[in-house]
Write a protein that binds this ligand. Structure first.
Ligand code: ATP
Length: 250
Protein backbone atom coordinates (compact mmCIF):
# COMPACT_ATOMS: atom_id res chain seq x y z
CA UNK A 1 0.00 0.00 0.00
CA UNK A 2 1.02 3.64 -0.39
CA UNK A 3 3.00 5.82 2.00
CA UNK A 4 0.10 8.24 2.48
CA UNK A 5 -0.68 9.26 6.04
CA UNK A 6 -3.79 7.06 5.77
CA UNK A 7 -4.80 4.76 2.94
CA UNK A 8 -8.11 2.99 3.54
CA UNK A 9 -9.56 0.57 1.03
CA UNK A 10 -13.11 -0.74 1.34
CA UNK A 11 -12.80 -0.54 5.13
CA UNK A 12 -15.85 -2.15 6.70
CA UNK A 13 -17.00 -2.91 10.24
CA UNK A 14 -19.99 -5.03 11.04
CA UNK A 15 -20.61 -5.36 14.78
CA UNK A 16 -23.56 -7.72 14.26
CA UNK A 17 -24.14 -10.16 11.44
CA UNK A 18 -27.87 -9.35 11.32
CA UNK A 19 -27.55 -5.55 11.21
CA UNK A 20 -26.23 -2.92 8.79
CA UNK A 21 -22.48 -2.27 8.90
CA UNK A 22 -21.29 0.61 11.13
CA UNK A 23 -18.65 1.43 8.50
CA UNK A 24 -19.40 0.36 4.97
CA UNK A 25 -16.66 0.19 2.33
CA UNK A 26 -14.77 3.33 3.32
CA UNK A 27 -12.07 4.19 0.76
CA UNK A 28 -9.83 7.25 0.94
CA UNK A 29 -6.21 8.38 0.78
CA UNK A 30 -5.17 11.17 3.11
CA UNK A 31 -1.76 12.62 2.18
CA UNK A 32 1.00 13.26 4.70
CA UNK A 33 0.81 16.68 6.29
CA UNK A 34 -2.91 17.09 5.48
CA UNK A 35 -5.66 17.87 7.99
CA UNK A 36 -8.94 16.17 7.17
CA UNK A 37 -12.28 16.23 8.93
CA UNK A 38 -14.40 13.13 9.48
CA UNK A 39 -17.96 14.39 9.81
CA UNK A 40 -21.31 12.78 10.28
CA UNK A 41 -24.26 12.63 12.65
CA UNK A 42 -24.40 10.51 15.79
CA UNK A 43 -23.80 6.89 14.86
CA UNK A 44 -22.41 7.67 11.38
CA UNK A 45 -19.30 5.59 12.05
CA UNK A 46 -16.60 8.14 12.95
CA UNK A 47 -15.38 6.54 16.19
CA UNK A 48 -15.53 3.07 14.66
CA UNK A 49 -13.39 4.31 11.76
CA UNK A 50 -10.80 5.84 14.09
CA UNK A 51 -10.69 2.64 16.17
CA UNK A 52 -9.97 0.61 13.02
CA UNK A 53 -7.29 3.07 11.91
CA UNK A 54 -5.59 2.56 15.27
CA UNK A 55 -5.86 -1.21 15.04
CA UNK A 56 -8.06 -1.24 18.18
CA UNK A 57 -10.92 -2.80 16.22
CA UNK A 58 -10.43 -5.52 13.65
CA UNK A 59 -12.17 -4.60 10.38
CA UNK A 60 -14.77 -7.03 9.04
CA UNK A 61 -13.51 -6.23 5.55
CA UNK A 62 -11.08 -4.08 3.61
CA UNK A 63 -7.75 -2.81 4.83
CA UNK A 64 -5.94 0.26 6.03
CA UNK A 65 -2.36 1.46 6.06
CA UNK A 66 -1.10 4.30 8.23
CA UNK A 67 2.23 5.96 7.37
CA UNK A 68 2.82 3.17 4.86
CA UNK A 69 2.27 0.30 7.30
CA UNK A 70 -0.54 -2.17 6.89
CA UNK A 71 -2.36 -2.01 10.23
CA UNK A 72 -3.31 -5.70 10.07
CA UNK A 73 0.31 -6.85 9.62
CA UNK A 74 2.80 -4.38 11.10
CA UNK A 75 0.85 -1.80 13.04
CA UNK A 76 3.40 -1.37 15.83
CA UNK A 77 5.84 0.48 13.58
CA UNK A 78 3.09 2.91 12.61
CA UNK A 79 1.66 3.22 16.14
CA UNK A 80 5.01 4.47 17.47
CA UNK A 81 4.70 7.45 15.10
CA UNK A 82 0.97 8.05 15.61
CA UNK A 83 -1.18 9.12 18.52
CA UNK A 84 -4.79 9.89 19.29
CA UNK A 85 -7.15 11.50 21.73
CA UNK A 86 -10.67 10.40 22.43
CA UNK A 87 -13.18 11.36 25.09
CA UNK A 88 -14.19 7.68 25.17
CA UNK A 89 -10.87 6.41 26.48
CA UNK A 90 -10.18 7.39 30.07
CA UNK A 91 -6.68 7.86 31.44
CA UNK A 92 -5.79 5.78 34.52
CA UNK A 93 -7.77 7.64 37.20
CA UNK A 94 -5.84 7.09 40.43
CA UNK A 95 -2.40 8.17 39.34
CA UNK A 96 -1.51 11.82 38.91
CA UNK A 97 -1.47 13.68 35.62
CA UNK A 98 2.35 13.79 35.70
CA UNK A 99 2.54 10.03 36.37
CA UNK A 100 0.11 9.39 33.53
CA UNK A 101 2.27 11.39 31.15
CA UNK A 102 5.39 9.57 32.39
CA UNK A 103 3.75 6.20 31.69
CA UNK A 104 2.86 7.27 28.14
CA UNK A 105 6.29 8.82 27.60
CA UNK A 106 7.79 5.46 28.62
CA UNK A 107 5.40 3.50 26.35
CA UNK A 108 6.34 5.68 23.39
CA UNK A 109 10.03 5.64 24.35
CA UNK A 110 10.14 9.44 24.38
CA UNK A 111 13.69 10.78 24.77
CA UNK A 112 14.14 13.36 27.56
CA UNK A 113 10.68 12.56 28.87
CA UNK A 114 10.69 15.03 31.78
CA UNK A 115 11.58 17.86 29.43
CA UNK A 116 8.84 16.90 27.00
CA UNK A 117 6.28 16.69 29.85
CA UNK A 118 7.32 20.14 31.14
CA UNK A 119 7.02 21.56 27.61
CA UNK A 120 3.52 20.09 27.15
CA UNK A 121 2.47 21.22 30.64
CA UNK A 122 3.36 24.75 29.65
CA UNK A 123 1.72 24.61 26.22
CA UNK A 124 -1.48 23.08 27.56
CA UNK A 125 -1.47 25.02 30.84
CA UNK A 126 -1.33 21.87 32.95
CA UNK A 127 1.05 23.16 35.62
CA UNK A 128 -1.57 23.27 38.39
CA UNK A 129 -2.92 19.86 37.42
CA UNK A 130 0.27 17.80 37.26
CA UNK A 131 0.06 16.49 40.85
CA UNK A 132 -3.67 15.82 40.85
CA UNK A 133 -5.16 12.34 40.22
CA UNK A 134 -6.39 12.21 36.61
CA UNK A 135 -9.77 10.86 37.76
CA UNK A 136 -10.52 14.04 39.75
CA UNK A 137 -10.26 16.48 36.87
CA UNK A 138 -13.15 18.25 35.17
CA UNK A 139 -14.10 17.14 31.65
CA UNK A 140 -12.30 20.11 30.07
CA UNK A 141 -9.16 19.52 32.17
CA UNK A 142 -9.18 15.83 31.16
CA UNK A 143 -9.44 16.88 27.52
CA UNK A 144 -6.31 19.02 27.86
CA UNK A 145 -4.42 16.14 29.53
CA UNK A 146 -5.60 13.78 26.76
CA UNK A 147 -4.17 16.20 24.19
CA UNK A 148 -0.87 16.33 26.07
CA UNK A 149 -0.81 12.52 25.95
CA UNK A 150 -1.65 12.66 22.22
CA UNK A 151 1.30 14.96 21.50
CA UNK A 152 3.83 13.29 23.82
CA UNK A 153 5.64 11.34 21.09
CA UNK A 154 5.53 14.21 18.56
CA UNK A 155 3.36 12.14 16.23
CA UNK A 156 3.43 12.32 12.44
CA UNK A 157 -0.21 11.25 12.35
CA UNK A 158 -2.76 12.40 14.91
CA UNK A 159 -6.27 10.99 15.15
CA UNK A 160 -8.48 13.32 17.16
CA UNK A 161 -11.99 12.31 18.16
CA UNK A 162 -13.85 15.44 19.34
CA UNK A 163 -10.68 17.11 20.67
CA UNK A 164 -12.43 20.25 21.94
CA UNK A 165 -15.86 18.84 22.82
CA UNK A 166 -15.85 19.80 26.50
CA UNK A 167 -13.70 22.92 26.32
CA UNK A 168 -14.98 26.42 26.99
CA UNK A 169 -14.82 28.72 23.93
CA UNK A 170 -11.60 30.42 25.06
CA UNK A 171 -9.78 27.15 25.81
CA UNK A 172 -11.16 25.59 22.63
CA UNK A 173 -9.76 28.48 20.64
CA UNK A 174 -6.24 28.22 22.05
CA UNK A 175 -6.24 24.44 21.68
CA UNK A 176 -7.05 24.96 17.97
CA UNK A 177 -4.17 27.46 17.76
CA UNK A 178 -1.89 24.95 19.46
CA UNK A 179 -2.86 22.27 16.92
CA UNK A 180 -2.22 24.73 14.08
CA UNK A 181 1.19 25.55 15.55
CA UNK A 182 2.10 21.91 16.09
CA UNK A 183 1.02 21.07 12.55
CA UNK A 184 3.05 23.93 11.05
CA UNK A 185 6.16 23.00 13.05
CA UNK A 186 6.00 19.23 12.61
CA UNK A 187 4.20 18.63 9.30
CA UNK A 188 1.90 16.24 11.18
CA UNK A 189 -1.18 14.87 9.40
CA UNK A 190 -4.40 15.14 11.39
CA UNK A 191 -7.70 13.32 11.03
CA UNK A 192 -10.30 15.12 13.09
CA UNK A 193 -13.77 13.84 13.99
CA UNK A 194 -15.81 16.76 15.20
CA UNK A 195 -19.33 18.12 15.50
CA UNK A 196 -17.97 21.66 15.62
CA UNK A 197 -18.29 22.89 12.04
CA UNK A 198 -16.48 26.19 12.67
CA UNK A 199 -13.54 24.18 14.00
CA UNK A 200 -13.58 21.95 10.92
CA UNK A 201 -13.72 24.96 8.59
CA UNK A 202 -10.78 26.50 10.41
CA UNK A 203 -8.54 23.44 10.60
CA UNK A 204 -9.41 21.08 7.77
CA UNK A 205 -8.42 21.26 4.11
CA UNK A 206 -10.73 18.39 3.18
CA UNK A 207 -13.72 16.72 4.81
CA UNK A 208 -15.34 13.31 4.45
CA UNK A 209 -19.08 13.44 5.10
CA UNK A 210 -20.21 10.12 6.54
CA UNK A 211 -23.74 8.81 6.72
CA UNK A 212 -24.53 5.26 7.84
CA UNK A 213 -20.90 4.35 7.49
CA UNK A 214 -20.49 5.57 3.91
CA UNK A 215 -18.90 8.68 2.44
CA UNK A 216 -21.83 10.59 0.96
CA UNK A 217 -19.82 13.66 -0.06
CA UNK A 218 -16.34 15.10 0.31
CA UNK A 219 -14.25 18.10 -0.58
CA UNK A 220 -12.73 21.20 0.96
CA UNK A 221 -15.07 23.09 3.31
CA UNK A 222 -15.17 26.00 0.83
CA UNK A 223 -15.94 23.71 -2.12
CA UNK A 224 -18.75 21.97 -0.22
CA UNK A 225 -20.24 25.30 0.89
CA UNK A 226 -20.22 26.47 -2.75
CA UNK A 227 -21.56 23.14 -4.06
CA UNK A 228 -24.56 23.22 -1.71
CA UNK A 229 -25.12 26.94 -2.21
CA UNK A 230 -24.82 27.52 1.54
CA UNK A 231 -23.10 30.06 3.76
CA UNK A 232 -21.20 27.69 5.98
CA UNK A 233 -20.38 24.05 6.65
CA UNK A 234 -23.00 23.78 9.39
CA UNK A 235 -25.73 24.34 6.80
CA UNK A 236 -24.11 21.82 4.45
CA UNK A 237 -24.02 19.32 7.32
CA UNK A 238 -27.75 19.85 7.97
CA UNK A 239 -28.54 19.42 4.26
CA UNK A 240 -26.68 16.12 4.17
CA UNK A 241 -28.00 14.87 7.53
CA UNK A 242 -31.59 15.65 6.52
CA UNK A 243 -31.16 14.28 2.99
CA UNK A 244 -31.95 17.60 1.34
CA UNK A 245 -31.09 18.15 -2.29
CA UNK A 246 -28.10 20.28 -3.10
CA UNK A 247 -29.21 23.84 -3.70
CA UNK A 248 -26.71 24.21 -6.54
CA UNK A 249 -26.04 21.50 -9.11
CA UNK A 250 -22.67 19.84 -8.69
N1 ATP B 1 -19.34 -1.89 20.42
C1 ATP B 1 -20.38 -1.77 19.60
N2 ATP B 1 -21.22 -2.81 19.42
C2 ATP B 1 -22.28 -2.72 18.57
N3 ATP B 1 -22.56 -1.62 17.84
C3 ATP B 1 -21.74 -0.57 17.98
C4 ATP B 1 -20.61 -0.57 18.85
N4 ATP B 1 -19.98 0.63 18.79
C5 ATP B 1 -20.69 1.36 17.90
N5 ATP B 1 -21.73 0.66 17.42
C6 ATP B 1 -22.71 1.10 16.42
O1 ATP B 1 -21.99 1.46 15.24
C7 ATP B 1 -22.54 2.63 14.65
C8 ATP B 1 -21.45 3.70 14.51
O2 ATP B 1 -21.08 4.13 15.82
P1 ATP B 1 -19.87 5.16 16.03
O3 ATP B 1 -19.64 5.24 17.50
O4 ATP B 1 -18.75 4.76 15.17
O5 ATP B 1 -20.53 6.50 15.48
P2 ATP B 1 -20.01 8.01 15.59
O6 ATP B 1 -20.10 8.58 14.22
O7 ATP B 1 -18.70 8.08 16.26
O8 ATP B 1 -21.15 8.65 16.50
P3 ATP B 1 -21.10 9.88 17.57
O9 ATP B 1 -21.08 11.15 16.80
O10 ATP B 1 -22.42 9.67 18.29
O11 ATP B 1 -19.91 9.68 18.47
C9 ATP B 1 -23.72 3.05 15.53
O12 ATP B 1 -24.91 2.54 14.96
C10 ATP B 1 -23.43 2.36 16.86
O13 ATP B 1 -24.62 2.06 17.54
Amino acid sequence: MSSDAIHAEALTKRYRTDGPPAVDGLTFRMPRGATWGLLGGNGAGKTTTIAMLLGLLVPSGGRVACLGHDMARDRFEALARMNFSSPYIALPARISVAENLRVYAHLYDVPQAERRIAQLAEELQLGELLDRPAGELSAGQKTRVALAKALINQPELLLLDEPTASLDPDTGDWVRSLLERYRAESGCAILLASHNMAEVERLCGHVLMLKQGRVVDEGSPAALVAKYGREDLEQVFLDIARGRQRAVAA
